[in-house]
Design a protein around this ligand. Structure first.
Ligand SMILES: Nc1ncnc2c1ncn2[C@@H]1O[C@H](COP(=O)(O)OP(=O)(O)OP(=O)(O)O)[C@@H](O)[C@H]1O
Ligand SMILES: [Mg+2]
Length: 277
């Protein structure tokens, strides 16, 4: 039987992540103007090179937490540090954060290559450099032959690959993904998960990922944060201590099934605790 790391102390939080801190969330609360307390006293360190996944019931604040990390929202209380400093540290030494939403949000009138190039156009990168970056990003998501296509000519999975290519093109130091494959069929999702985990491994990306899927969380993550609702908070932490790169043989292994059972048990514990409180 696997022994999940369910400790909540700051020490356990640091131990599970191998590298230096990329983001430190220090006693963060988020209360929206209408009085909704979406997050309460969140303490979390995202370490360099980890694949951290947030899982929990709908409304527990996963997207809000991801938006705090992206600086799209500010905490009402507490602080957030990026590379041990303020948000200005993100731009320093060329560091960047990319955000992938559930919807691919492509420009329908623009070809795939123009959609992927958008962040580089906004950053006024030279044509020669951006051409190289776009070609590299498209090949990494397996869309080499589709640069001249329009979004309407692509399947849902391919559109999501374009969205991921658009996030990779800025060579992010931190990749944030909010249920990116939630709307896809299971077969497509499994393939994209396998490609994503390979990319994460090859590029040494630091990733924070949101999902509702236990299987996806176990397959991808080095660490899973289990959140509870009302107000949103961190309830449990589980390390998925398995070697990388992971592929179909891991998905079909008894250890994968055991991790899924352990994570499912923790989620049940959280929902039972919540019903009691
Ligand atoms: N702009 C907003 N104004 C007021 N309340 C908000 C706002 N955005 C989110 N909330 C509330 O904050 C809480 C957390 O929302 P959030 O979207 O972060 O949850 P979630 O865990 O991502 O849910 P889901 O799994 O359904 O995507 C919910 O109660 C939600 O209704
Ligand atoms: Mg959400």
């Amino acid at each position: 039987m696997l022994a999940p790391n369910t400790a909540l102390s700051a020490k356990a939080d640091k131990q599970a992540g191998a590298g230096a801190p990329v983001v430190e969330i220090l006693s963060a609360d988020k209360v929206f103007p209408d009085g909704t307390r979406a997050l309460a006293t969140i303490d979390l360190t995202v370490a360099s090179n980890e694949f951290l996944t947030l899982i929990g019931p709908s409304g527990c604040g996963k997207s809000t937490l991801l938006k705090l990390i992206a600086n799209l929202l500010e905490p009402t209380e507490g602080r957030i540090l990026w590379w041990s400093g303020g948000f200005d540290k993100v731009g320093a030494r060329g560091r960047s954060i990319a955000f992938v939403f559930q919807d691919p949000t492509l420009m329908p009138w623009a070809r795939v290559e123009a959609n992927v190039r958008l962040p580089l156009d906004l950053a006024r990168m030279s044509a020669a450099q951006s051409r190289r970056r776009v070609a590299d990003a498209l090949s990494r998501v397996g869309l080499e032959g589709f640069a001249r296509h329009y979004p309407r000519q692509l399947s849902g999975g391919m559109k999501m690959r374009v969205s991921i290519a658009r996030s990779l093109v800025v060579e992010p130091n931190l990749l944030l993904m909010d249920e990116p494959f939630g709307a896809l069929d299971e077969f497509t999702r499994n393939r994209l998960d396998a490609d994503l985990v390979r990319l994460w491994w090859e590029r040494k990306l630091t990733t924070v990922f949101v999902t509702h899927s236990i299987y996806e969380a176990v397959f991808l993550s080095t660490r899973v944060i289990i959140m509870g609702a009302q107000p949103g908070r961190i309830c449990k932490v589980m390390a998925i201590d398995e070697p990388h790169p992971r592929d179909e043989s891991f998905r079909n292994s008894p250890r994968f099934a055991e991790h899924c059972r352990a994570l499912s048990a923790l989620l049940t514990e959280v929902s039972v605790e919540q019903m009691r409180s």
